[in-house]
Design a protein around this ligand. Structure first.
Ligand SMILES: [Zn+2]
Ligand SMILES: [Zn+2]
Ligand SMILES: [Zn+2]
Ligand SMILES: [Zn+2]
Length: 801
């Protein structure tokens, strides 16, 4: 997904292996992005481009005139089955394949408005109704749509508008002979009902319930840092030759404090696992739900009612405004390149968009020099003064101030020493040119070269058609071949930077069946972005911050106390609670090119025994087992021993059983699932430690099964056992613990166990606030539960009493 598709990868690797050794040597010894690009891009042959074009054609990114009808019919099927979300997504796909001002688009919007109405999304429904009308909805639908509009307006309490529509309906339709008698009757009774609803709403019925009061004080940085944009004044930027840049606490920081809040400089929505629908006729159109169907292509906001780009079927937006902004900023260039960008992968796409955004940001004197001068960059010494000078910043006068020597600025900072979330900072992120393998660099360079050629061709086309070029913020595209070369170099640099500096923008998606009352969630990757300020955080396998996202904005909060002078650290992925030291070290070295020496790694290499969540225990005395291939009981008075292979295969068997139980649960066979799981539990407890992750998983699934049976008490008992394992493994204030507490709160809430629920809600809130701040969905739900419980009349007996 990040890198180009496998076919193109192996094609390029083949090409690489056939190159004369002298050329390969030249590329291997090239030390700057500019040299790599110079020596590689000229090797791109027309037949390579033909091959790539063929691959790109496998993606359905244009508008297929036959698709809207197919999707509308599929959507109607879902609608009949009362799966309104499923229907909405299929109508969206229909909309995105329709041309503007056609009956197709109008019908898809009209049908989507019906599904949104059923989902209670009245605002979105109203928008779709007016979109359907704007694109010229057929006369036969007018009546239906106006009635739906009136219903929405009444429900939303917009009574004046509703009354107006009712009056229009009365004057337009009730006297018309065109309506069949039955239709006429339905209309009359609906109008009657709507009118009485309006009347009912017009008479005030006491005060409205007070809105939920949420404590939003933590939404923004308490005090913004003067030297680092988007950062709190509690941290400062330092640099030293061995570690590079780092962020250090300037005062004691408490858990939950917001340290960085930054909007992505650039972000690209992840298309999701979406293999091209090549040559498979029975699935010409894709009915699977992807990120692109549910999230805005620009701002990443979740939406069930997106509007598509007029020119392609893959870019969809939360609103007309987002669409226009994206068009002006980058999509005008990207629109015709959809298939190519999907083939070349997300990193290449991010690289292109970053370059497009840079052009806009620094239209003045800075960028032109920036991009042209990159070709002269010496990447071996990114901190050299030379570099700063080539960037065109005037430092001469500032070298000495009041007789004192001023430190050379930290890379990425401007001439005043301020670090900002801008293109200058992006350019200074390290590309690690010397660490990447030559084949990888060759792949990136040829991919970028191919993109440049397409860009050149497409640019000419856009120039001549020049759709919306009158807009002031319209994207700037390279005009000369010299400029195009600089673009290529910049894009290659970004591609090489991304391996270490790409930030996965994640979101929590609710999992489990739609009917289940207790929801679970998992983190899914939504997009890939570059955040220059967040990138300043160095890695630790046992970090002291937690990074979360709302749309394209990242927030980093302290997840534990950070003492003054300590470094602020973030985990790049390999967390100590998820994998052992050796695996972490190997992963970090392979992707980020460094040997981790964080406190957890130092501690881990000292301690030979594995973690408790992987430990076995003695079947005879219950003590933990120790050792390598042959384990023996830790108790001195016990002689029990076992082979590791044997124990591991028992774990695998158990895992299989649990998988089977989950499948039974999905098929509604709850009792059988519970029987199976109770057996697993018995078995697991006989040889695994109480904190073993599998023991926790079994308890978790049991809790879910009992929740589905609405046996809240049993569900809570099992979840509390699972909680113990999560606490041992991830720590009492970890985000994992927060999610588990959230589930427990839902179970107590559903079982009307008021004191237990309130107590758990408080604990869950405390943990989740530290990681996510108050905007989080789960925190909002917890607060709703709390206010609901506090309003409850004292229940004499609940199922827990
Ligand atoms: Zn948007
Ligand atoms: Zn488009
Ligand atoms: Zn480490
Ligand atoms: Zn023993």
């Amino acid at each position: 997904m990040d890198l180009p598709v496998d076919e193109w990868k192996s094609y390029i690797l083949q090409k690489w292996s056939l190159l004369p050794k002298s050329i390969r040597d030249t590329i291997c010894s090239a030390e700057t992005s500019s040299d790599i690009f110079l020596h590689s891009s000229s090797l791109l042959q027309p037949e390579d481009e033909v091959f790539l074009k063929e691959l790109s054609r496998g993606y359905l990114v244009g508008k297929d005139p036959d698709a809207p009808l197919f999707y509308r019919e599929e959507g109607n099927k879902k609608f009949q089955e009362k799966d309104y979300v499923g229907a909405t997504v299929l109508y969206t796909k229909g909309v995105s394949h329709s041309r503007p001002n056609t009956e197709d688009i109008s019908l898809c919007y009209a049908n989507r408005s019906a599904a949104l109405f059923r989902l209670g999304q009245y605002e979105a429904c109203l928008k779709d109704i007016s979109r359907a009308q704007m694109h010229g909805s057929p006369e036969r639908l007018q009546l239906k749509m106006m009635l739906r509009k009136a219903e929405c307006l009444v429900t939303l309490g917009r009574l004046q508008e509703a009354s107006q529509i009712i009056r229009d309906l009365e004057s337009n339709f009730t006297d018309r002979q065109t309506l069949a008698a039955s239709q006429f009757q339905i209309l009359q009774s609906t109008l009657c009902r709507l009118k009485s609803k309006v009347q009912e709403k017009e008479t005030p019925t006491g005060t409205l319930p007070a809105a939920l009061t949420t404590d939003f004080e933590d939404m923004n940085l308490r005090e913004e840092n003067e030297r680092i944009s988007c950062a709190s004044s509690s941290i400062t930027l330092c640099t030293d030759p061995s570690k590079g840049r780092s962020l250090i606490a300037t005062r004691d920081i408490l858990p939950g404090e917001l340290l960085v809040k930054e909007d992505a400089f650039v972000s690209v929505l992840n298309p999701g696992e979406m293999p091209p629908l090549r040559a498979s006729l029975e699935s010409k159109w894709d009915t699977r739900v992807t990120n692109g169907d549910l999230y805005c292509h620009r701002c990443l906001k979740h939406t069930l009612a997106p509007v598509p780009c007029d020119g392609c079927s893959y870019a969809k937006y939360c609103s007309q405004e987002c669409m226009q902004q994206a068009w002006g900023l980058y999509h005008r260039v990207e629109c015709p390149l959809g298939g190519l960008l999907l083939t070349l992968g997300v990193f290449c796409h991010v690289a292109l968009r970053a370059t497009l955004l840079a052009r806009r940001e620094d239209v003045g004197k800075v960028t032109r020099t920036l991009c042209d001068e990159i070709s002269n960059w010496d990447i071996r010494s990114p901190e050299s003064k030379n570099l700063v000078r080539t960037l065109g910043h005037d430092l001469g006068g500032e070298r000495e101030k009041n007789g004192e020597t001023v430190e050379p600025p930290i890379p990425g900072c401007d001439s005043n020493g301020k670090y900002e979330s801008n293109y200058n900072a992006v350019l200074h992120l390290l590309p690690h040119t010397q660490n990447h393998g030559p084949e990888h660099k060759f792949l990136c360079a040829l991919s970028v070269a191919a993109l440049c050629r397409q860009l050149e061709a497409a640019t000419l086309q856009t120039r001549t058609t020049s759709l919306k070029s009158s807009q002031p913020e319209a994207v700037v595209v390279p005009a000369t071949s010299q400029e195009l070369f600089s673009w290529g170099v910049a894009m290659l640099r970004h591609m090489l930077q991304l391996q270490c500096n790409a930030q996965a923008i994640t979101t929590l998606q609710q999992t489990g069946s739609k009917e289940s009352i207790v929801t679970d969630s998992r983190q899914v990757r939504l997009a890939t972005g570059i955040f220059p300020v967040v990138s300043l955080l160095n890695h630790s396998c046992s970090p002291n911050t937690s990074v979360s996202f709302v749309g394209t904005a990242a927030s980093a909060r302290a997840s534990r106390r950070i003492g003054k002078g300590q470094e602020v650290l973030h985990c790049y992925g390999p967390h100590e609670s998820r994998m052992g030291v050796a695996e972490r070290q190997q992963k970090l070295k392979a992707q980020y090119f460094f040997d981790c020496s964080c406190s957890a790694c130092q501690e881990g290499t000292r301690r030979a025994a594995g973690p408790r969540w992987e430990a076995f225990r003695c079947p005879r005395c219950g003590e933990l087992m120790q050792g390598g291939d042959v384990l023996s009981c830790g108790s001195a008075s016990c002689t029990e021993s076992a082979s590791r292979d044997h124990l591991v295969s028992r774990v695998q068997d158990l895992q299989q059983q649990v998988g089977k139980a989950q499948k039974l649960l999905r098929n509604g066979k709850r009792e059988r699932a519970i029987q199976l799981l109770l057996g697993c539990q018995h078995d697991a407890e006989s040889f695994l430690s109480a904190e073993h992750s599998l023991v926790g998983e079994i308890q978790d699934v049991l809790a879910q099964a009992y929740a589905e049976l609405e046996d809240w008490q049993k569900s809570a008992t099992h979840l509390q056992k699972s909680l113990r394992g999560v606490e041992a493994r991830h720590g009492p204030s970890s985000v994992e613990m927060g999610h588990e507490l959230f589930k427990l709160a839902q179970i107590f809430f559903n079982g009307f166990a008021v004191p237990e629920a309130l107590n758990t809600i408080q604990k869950a809130e405390k943990v989740l606030l530290v990681h996510y701040g108050p905007w989080n969905d789960e925190i909002q739900q917890l607060q709703e539960m709390k206010s609901c419980l506090l309003d409850l009349p004292p229940a004499p007996e609940g199922p827990f009493v």
